[in-house]
Design a protein around this ligand. Sequence first.
Ligand code: SF4
Ligand SMILES: [Zn+2]
Length: 360
Amino acid sequence: MPSRRTARKDTNTRRKILGQEAGVENVAPVLENVDGKERLQVSIHTLQIAMDCRTRLLLRLAGLMDIGLPPPGSYVSMVAGSWMHKALAAWLTKEDWKVVLAPYKTMSEELAITEDRRGYDNLIAIMTEVVGRYPLARLPFEVLKPEISFVAPLGVLADGTPVDLIGYIDALVQDKRTGQRFILEHKTTGKLDEAFTRRFAEYDVQTTSYMLAAETVLGEKIGDAWVNAIEMAKVPSSDRKCNKHGVQYEECGPMHVKQAFIPARRTPEDLEEFRARALDICERYVLPVARALERRGPSVSTRTSRDGKFTGACDYCEYSRWCLTSNRSPNALNGMLKKAPQADDDRLRSGLVKVEAHGN
Ligand code: SF4
Ligand SMILES: [Zn+2]
């Protein structure tokens, strides 16, 4: 698909210089000897989908979506989460986060979620409280750079195809005391409980992958991360009396906002385990599917394995209307599934790409 490759060139140019962007010296150039070579680039999400279902993976790599589907409930959470991320990035870089969040007012009206915990007003209430709790000067770290995209070489597959992990890190920060650099990730959740905290502290694979990516592109040990976890619960504001605080909710509401900086640590063995597993998934699932797509186009999805029936992925799959209800009818493929709008073309997309060298 030549058009896609051409379209991707600029993105690849931009994203290969994480080290320099982060203001870090002596960084080994990422993506050496890349000229004209085909590489497999995968996000952590792609690796997870590959484990779920190869048919879903293929449709995702093809950039298709079901146009007749109303946005699922998770869509609202995703939109709200991404606006929260923008606001947090603005706050940490001393921008006016309220200005950044302003367009979300109209959007949450359009989504009819003004009263929802994920609506504009509640986001403002949560942000106000979090910002109030942590004056920037008192945070133990300094933000070196927010919102960094990365391409980190992971290894080479049996047929010689190099694999890159691609993604976004919310911020690269530096400990004010020790000078050590580590990663800051913002996570919004419906429920900030012990299970959530343990997951990120000990094993969450996305956090692991970001540490490995940062080590690869920065050329230094990054075994730590802070996860800024924020519960997206409705901030109570009624005139009823709160049992916990003994005052009306409109008074103590902000005290109910749940937020925590979760320290996450991974050993070098954890990072190597991740690398080996990721390459294994690419070898067995992602590369064969990407090659099938390259050779035969999206219609090959009428014959790929429907792993989702075994893994449970069908329960929440966005393609089930076509895949299960219409039993993968080839006609319905063209009628139901269309190219997703390229509105956020800037985002890194997984798949086979050719990357041009840019003399560095
Ligand atoms: S509906 Fe199930 S089998 Fe079909 S693509 Fe989705 S997860 Fe795979
Ligand atoms: Zn209270």
